[in-house]
Write a protein that binds this ligand. Sequence first.
Ligand SMILES: [Zn+2]
Length: 425
Amino acid sequence: MPEPAGVTAPRCRLCGTPLTETFVDLGMSPPCEYFLTPERLDAMERFYPLHVRLCPGCLLVQLPGYVDPEDVFVEYAYFSSYSDSWVQHAKTYAEAMIAKLGLGPGSLVTEAASNDGYLLQHFVAAGIPVLGIEPAANISEVAREKGVRTETCFLGEATGTELAARYGKADLVAGNNVYAHIPDVIDFTKGLRALVKDDGWVTIEVQYLRRLIERRQYDTIYHEHFQYYTALTIQRALRSGGLELVDIEELPTHGGSIRAYARPVEAAGAPSPAVARLLAEEAELGLDTVAGHAGFATSVAQIRNDVLEFLIAAARDGKTVAGYGAPGKGNTLLNHCGVRADLLSYTVDRNPYKHGRFLPGTHIPVFAPEKLAETRPDYVFVLPWNLRAELTEQLAYVAEWGAQLVFPIPRLEVVDPAPVPALAE
Ligand SMILES: [Zn+2]
């Protein structure tokens, strides 16, 4: 007979060990991209745990599959090309890989979760055949219209094998910003292996857990992010599908990411000094042990206390506080802190889809950015901290009425809205 729910700890999706260790428990939260229409405000809302575990066996930090991925992704569609800096990042990557691997008209580049073709279009422009694999039908169609050959499906071992038989194996398989989003990491990795030539390359870009911990970016934990990797655990994850980590570099994207270069185990050879160096640095920090992951929960509690203390003090002093931005990460923070519209009266966002809607869980209303100048709040509480340099300039106009900006992460700071140098990454 199966155990009643809740009695047995969930198991590690990489090694099967029971997940008895907590990395951080952020309580219950609704899926962070479920912006509510006014009609939905009085309806029941689904909340799921944001209880991140640490596997005592392989040290993979992971969120058990509380939410069906199709449930999370149902309404929200991220079109990669909406961000200029992201398209530029992709172009730089494509140029570097073409040079590094000597790719040409006889090569094949395949991408898992290829989105609207934001990355592969740069290979197409260089005359290199491509194959995109994208689960969302509407987004695949946008890619095809751009001339990026795209198959609509989820990547796993079976689909990878089938696509490789149909289109050939790839010299390069890219998986950028997808490796955290897949609940079945072993099957997905086997899919990557099935797609790549025996002497080919796989590159993966993913948020780097070490930087998440150091920079206290706990709001980047949400239900779509199933895994949080170190060099050590990405090495283990890649091996689960027959790939070996051969090189690694750090990137400034998403508050601190890694790009892992992997090859089929048979062709891998010795890893680069960068792999050894990052593994040694992680060991120095204790990230090769369960104990070395402790302390993050304390940092998180401190941020919550600081946020609440600030907002309550502002309310007591009769000051008004409005938000800036309605990113997914903001919803993790606001739900975890228990902030509602009585403490943060509204927020603004540039995305028109969100105007007139309400943040999930907290029901804080979202308006167009012009609302700030209309209502002149005393403080503007900035939720996308990753755009700090850009926003400090963009929001310089709030100084006209003496408002200040508040950044909650990595530690709560109240600053004057004047240009500041970009944060060192
Ligand atoms: Zn494990």
